[in-house]
Design a binder for this molecule. Structure first.
Ligand code: GLY
Ligand code: MN
Ligand code: MN
Length: 364
């Protein structure tokens, strides 16, 4: 599949700027710009210290190290193969020295990478990261197909994991089970560090996992996702171990209701902040007022946090093709937390769930 439409989309999102070229320059992991993969469509390879240049006629070319050349050949973007890093410098000079204005992705470029580009040209260097985010936030059919699969893998693991969880199990074992099961279903890895937080640990939104053993009366927050063809899913389910108290039941039903209120809002033309507010209002109208302490969701794609979101701090009007998580939560220190998270794609009519595991309250 040609990626020209993705490159076209980046250039279309530019406003006053009219760069003669946009340079994507990778450093070493994790400072490898995912835009390199957005523009090339490549699934495999690391592409550390490699570069890709996009042009206003929607063509591109790349400079890759020898060890990536086999992977790179799967893209229709012409490539030059470099023997060593010195050649990358020469390549940048050859391509950029006659340019007057070039764009960079300042959100992902390292300072050293920036200096390398500066050394290769006299051109004005402008940041085009906003245009890149706008383009990447509107997923094309191919991307949605991959995100669907990433969502399916995580959803089916969320369904089956409940048969493998019991009192006494350590959190990190639950995380390992999740990871193993996603790999068994075709994931190439975890989308991010898995969260398996039990008891009071479930009140920490970005907990990971530890050696705490699951106890009767615990909440267990499982937040995980599949990495598939470089794209990511992100799902959270919260379970209760052994026996649920009335307070836990109320927390759970409030979060579920908040998620439903938010999902019901989603359709083209709605502001992301309004969707957040719909969930927040549900939670704030209960005894759990003020305990929803983060944005409702983030855009997701090649990155788990892909640059946009459903939050009072992000300005975005929903459009078909945008993909977000919807993840309200209630967090009570020294007690526990509940979060329910699904991934959705905005459609012409409203939205479609990319993750669809059951979310009725479950006591395990
Ligand atoms: N798993 C990280 C998040 O939900 O944003
Ligand atoms: Mn998550
Ligand atoms: Mn998330």
């Amino acid at each position: 599949m040609s990626m020209r439409s993705r490159i076209e989309s980046i250039f279309e999102w530019l406003e006053e700027e009219d760069p003669e070229a946009i340079v994507i320059l990778n450093s070493v992991k994790p400072h490898v710009d995912k835009t390199f993969f957005y523009a090339s469509g490549l699934y495999r390879g690391e592409f550390e210290n490699c570069a890709l240049i996009m042009y206003p006629d929607h063509t591109a070319e790349m400079c890759v190290s020898k060890l990536e050349s086999e992977s790179a050949s799967k893209s229709d973007i012409p490539m030059d193969i470099m023997e060593d890093r010195e050649e990358l410098k020469e390549w940048l000079e050859e391509k950029l020295s006659d340019k007057k204005k070039i764009g960079i992705n300042a959100s992902e470029l390292t300072y050293k990478g920036f200096e390398k580009i500066q050394d290769s040209t006299e051109a004005d260097i402008i940041d085009v990261s906003d245009a890149i985010i706008e383009a990447r936030n509107r997923k094309d059919e191919k991307e949605i197909e991959i995100l669907d699969k990433a969502g399916d893998i995580a959803s089916s693991v969320a369904e089956e994991i409940t048969d493998h969880i019991s009192e006494g199990m350590k959190e990190f074992k639950v995380a390992a089970e999740l990871s193993y099961r996603m790999r068994q279903k075709g994931a190439s890895g975890d989308a991010f560090e898995i969260i398996a937080g039990s008891g009071p640990n479930s009140a920490e939104p970005h907990y990971t996992s530890g050696k705490r053993e699951l106890q009767k009366g615990d909440f267990l927050v499982l937040d995980f996702g599949a990495l598939y063809k470089r794209y990511r899913s992100d799902i959270t389910r919260t379970y209760i171990i052994g026996e649920a108290s009335d307070r836990q039941k109320k927390m759970y039903s409030t979060v579920l209701e908040a998620q439903k209120a938010a999902l019901d809002m989603i359709e083209p033309g709605v502001e992301g902040a309004e969707v957040h507010n719909a969930a927040k209002e549900v939670i704030d109208s209960t005894e759990f007022e003020g305990k929803f302490i983060h944005g409702l969701g983030h855009s997701i794609g090649l990155s788990t946090h892909d640059g946009s979101g459903l939050s009072p701090n992000v300005e975005v009007t929903l459009e078909p093709g945008m993909v977000f998580t919807v993840e309200p939560g209630i967090y009570i220190s020294d007690f526990g937390g509940v979060r329910i998270e699904d991934d959705i794609v905005v459609t012409e009519e409203g939205y479609r769930l990319l993750t669809d595991a059951d979310k009725e309250m479950r006591v395990l």
